[in-house]
Write a protein that binds this ligand. Structure first.
Ligand code: DX5
Ligand code: ZN
Length: 217
């Protein structure tokens, strides 16, 4: 009976008001704040980098959960750690040396996460169990918010069995809404990222719908 955390993705927030949006989702009950970094190379979209993470950090009291959709990762780890990321998640597909990347993330003082694209099997992280604090299961192909959920419940179950009693979070990212959240939670997920399902219907000046949306998930 593991408690479920909601991590709104600010990819769906007002990009001109990230500070206020972060404060608003926390006031409305967000457990973590999920920050999507995209490079236009590993994924076909560009968001922002470590300077933006540093700028929003003072507006986040809880966990800043930074999801790196970039390749290469290693040259930027220290910058994201210095920006105040509590968790830095790198994709297993982003390079040939994910083990080294995870060592470097922990070495920089952050918690280490590894993300799996929908086409990547659970077995890809089998030898990383003692290197990670979080496994992010992508339930969309990364790059954009608002995409349709891809069912990865079999992979989530396999990962939960692989994890055993280790203190590793399983985070789900993509298409999480009130319909899909119970499916992934039942399969063993404990951190739910949600962008459009949290931010829809609200705004930085009227954030109450964010809270209602999170409670619906
Ligand atoms: C996708 C990002 C997600 C995205 C989720 O590449 O990693 O965090 O913001 O957005 P929704 O919840 O709208 O699918
Ligand atoms: Zn993400």
């Amino acid at each position: 009976d593991r408690s479920i955390k909601i991590a709104p993705s600010i990819l769906a927030a007002d990009f001109a008001n990230f500070g206020a949006e972060c404060a608003a989702i926390e006031a409305q009950g967000a457990d973590w704040v999920h920050v999507d970094v995209m490079d236009g190379h590993f994924v076909p979209n560009i968001t922002f980098g470590p300077a933006m993470c540093a700028a929003i950090r003072p507006h986040i009291k809880t966990v800043m959960d930074v999801h790196l959709m970039i390749a290469p990762v290693d040259p930027y780890i220290d910058a994201f750690a210095e920006a105040g990321a509590d968790i830095i998640t790198a994709h297993v597909e982003a390079g040939p040396h994910i083990h080294r990347t995870l060592q470097a993330i922990r070495g920089a003082g952050a918690k280490a996460g590894v993300a799996l694209n929908p086409g990547t099997p659970a077995a890809a992280v089998e030898d990383l169990m003692d290197m990670v604090d979080l496994i992010c299961v992508m339930t969309v192909n990364p790059g954009f918010g608002g995409q349709k959920f891809i069912d990865m419940t079999a992979k989530i179950r396999a990962l939960r069995a692989m994890i055993g009693d280790r203190p590793i979070h399983i985070e789900i990212d993509g298409g999480v809404d009130p319909t899909t959240a119970p499916l992934v939670a039942a399969a063993g997920a404990d951190v739910l990222v949600a962008g459009s399902a949290v931010f829809r219907g609200g705004s930085v000046s009227d954030p109450a719908p964010y809270g209602a949306n999170m409670r619906a998930i």
